[in-house]
Design a protein around this ligand. Structure first.
Ligand SMILES: C[S@@+](CC[C@H](N)C(=O)[O-])C[C@H]1O[C@@H](n2cnc3c(N)ncnc32)[C@H](O)[C@@H]1O
Length: 271
């Protein structure tokens, strides 16, 4: 299976639009505000999924292209945009080979999206290529030590090995890594740590059951060990231990989690 087929299979599994709506709903509007998106700007959202960031960008008045490698998510985004009453362009595209001319956008956004493409330098070069000189690249990236970074680390031993040359997604949440990727091609780059609070699950068990049912990467982890009951029991135990350890609530109270991410805002150097 190629990188591209593998990414599509992961993100089309389950119900990512629901997970985005129910767990990370504040991030898209926060990223749009941090990027200063406004009327008249031409904006690209890379790995846009079902439009969690692209739709708020369009609601802010920008002319938005939402791109993603998973056609099922673009379909969900089209439907969500209709409900929101905004028009956007939806384009199937790999973040490592964007089908757009050089310098064709004022702002390039990505919320927990471009970070999942395996070859980070290729992605960084593509983001820099399609934004105009003086334009803005703004990303929301999970950190390695935060909730989602640790969740992926817990599932890692149960997933098929990554392609050779693939880098771990949460490296995009590390300041030195991002600075090295953008290098001299940016004139400024800022980092701000934020938290998405998630308090919709009564217990750690309820949280794990939800991700096991709806979240593509967790579904894929279970699928890849489906014929091995001992490995399934080990993954169950590892996820429950993780969700219990990360629960911030006091005993007897509904579970409460804080998903740490970093907002990166970079300015492409003038030509
Ligand atoms: C965690 S989801 C985030 C989606 C959306 N940005 C959001 O905030 O809800 C990750 C997204 O990355 C997309 N993706 C993964 N690898 C990709 C690649 N190489 N090129 C483009 N999109 C990719 C997936 O299809 C999925 O929509």
């Amino acid at each position: 299976m190629s990188d591209r087929e593998r990414a599509r299979a992961i993100w089309a599994a389950g119900d990512f639009p629901r997970v985005a709506r129910e767990t990370i709903k504040d991030v898209g509007p926060a990223l749009v505000a941090a990027a200063g998106v406004g009327p008249g700007q031409r904006v690209l959202d890379v790995a846009a999924g079902s439009g969690a960031t692209s739709i708020p960008a369009a609601l802010a008045g920008a002319d938005v292209v939402a791109s993603d490698i998973t056609p099922e998510l673009l379909d969900a985004g089209r439907a969500a945009a209709l409900v929101a009453g905004v028009g956007l362009e939806w384009v199937e595209a790999d973040a490592e080979a964007l089908p757009f001319p050089d310098a064709s956008f004022d702002v390039v956004l990505s919320s927990f999206g471009a970070m999942f493409a395996p070859h980070h330098q290729v992605v960084a070069d593509e983001l820099l290529r399609v934004v105009r000189p003086g334009g803005t690249i703004a990303m929301a990236n999970w950190t390695p030590e935060g909730w989602v970074g640790q969740f992926f680390l817990t599932m890692l031993p149960f997933l098929p090995p990554p392609e050779p040359g693939a880098l771990p997604p949460p490296a995009w949440g590390v300041e030195d890594h991002v600075r090295a990727l953008f290098g001299d091609a940016v004139s400024a780059v800022g980092f701000e740590r934020r938290m998405q609070v998630v308090d919709r699950f009564a217990t750690p068990e309820a949280l794990i059951a939800y991700y096991r049912e709806h979240f593509g990467p967790t579904i894929m982890a279970y699928r890849s060990i489906a014929d091995d009951p001992e490995r399934i029991a080990a993954l169950d135990a590892a996820l429950l231990a993780f969700a219990t350890r990360m629960n911030l609530a006091a005993d007897g109270e509904p579970a409460r989690y804080a998903f740490e991410y970093v907002i990166v805002v970079a300015r492409r150097a003038a030509a």
